[in-house]
Design a protein around this ligand. Structure first.
Ligand code: NAP
Length: 249
């Protein structure tokens, strides 16, 4: 944990549930004020805020579809109006629609590309513009092990996460001279609503493929995010850190 002198401010997209919620709570415990972005579930977002307060920090919930540029720009204005700055963006809001390549619908392709790629770019650009003047900041993009390890049914999803890895490297190079670090994490199977949608027999087969013999927890991913955001990792940029219990080995 950093010895936070001036309280840092983090924006976590998709923080009403799952990995994003765990990141918001872990960052609150590490001393950050946290902006909780979400798309639809007001009550769930308020639950995250409650957990942030129980962790001894504070936060606000901001409803915004990250695939909507204007909504993202308005959200960033709200962040800066409320807290004066942004130190950390966790680009996490994403969707997964498993469809075999021959069955893929145009809707699935559009939705996944809009949220998982355009949404990440909109948020990263909006955050970097605010970090730029301070010459300091950190962006962590939540990718997936599917970007480096083929899972049947995930042609669209893995394409979007491969794009996240590529944008991470390029942004890292462009923003390093401005003091902004950009990294990605690539979780394997993590026990959230996203994985709950997978039929039970496929889940059992998935677990057999994981050397640790279990799914990861959102908290294990969140701890990695806190570590990557901390000064302990101040010389790390442009990397994709896989957190998958050995699945991709
Ligand atoms: P999840 O449980 O399904 O939660 C998704 C979160 O994203 C919710 O807070 C949801 O908000 C929000 N969201 C979805 N679309 C949004 C949009 N257009 N704008 C703003 N917020 C939006 O997902 P998760 O499992 O925590 O996954 C989080 C990230 O980790 C995703 O990028 C996913 O690809 C990645 N990941 C997950 C796994 C895994 O096994 N779970 C593995 C690798 C990578 P609402 O509640 O308001 O709908």
């Amino acid at each position: 944990m950093d010895n936070v002198q001036e309280t840092k401010v983090a924006l976590v997209t998709g923080a009403s549930r799952g990995i994003g919620k765990a990141c918001a709570i872990a960052l609150a415990k590490a001393g950050y004020k946290v902006v909780v972005n979400y798309n639809s579930n007001d009550a769930a977002a308020q639950e995250t805020i409650k957990a942030i307060e129980e962790a001894g920090s504070e936060g606000i919930a901001v409803k915004a579809n990250t695939a909507d540029l204007k909504a993202v720009q308005d959200m960033m204005r709200t962040v800066v109006k409320t807290y004066g700055k942004i130190d950390l963006l966790v680009n996490n809001a994403g969707i997964c629609k498993d469809e075999f390549v021959l069955m893929m619908s145009a809707d699935t392709i559009d939705q996944c590309l809009d949220i998982n790629i355009k949404g990440y770019l909109y948020c990263a650009q909006a955050a970097a513009l605010k970090m730029f003047s301070k010459k300091k900041g950190c962006i962590i993009n939540v990718s997936s092990v599917s970007s480096v390890f083929a899972n049947e049914g995930q042609t669209v999803y893995s394409s979007t996460k491969g794009a996240v890895n590529a944008m991470t490297m390029t942004m890292a190079k462009e923003l390093a001279p401005r003091g902004i670090r950009v990294n990605a994490i690539a979780p394997g199977f993590i026990a959230t609503d996203m994985v709950d949608q997978i039929p039970e027999e496929i889940q059992l087969k998935n677990i057999e493929k994981i050397p640790f013999g279990r799914y990861g927890t959102p908290e294990e991913v969140a701890d990695t995010v806190v570590m990557l955001a901390s000064d302990a990792c101040s010389y790390i940029t442009g990397q994709v850190l896989v957190i998958d219990g050995g699945l991709s080995l």
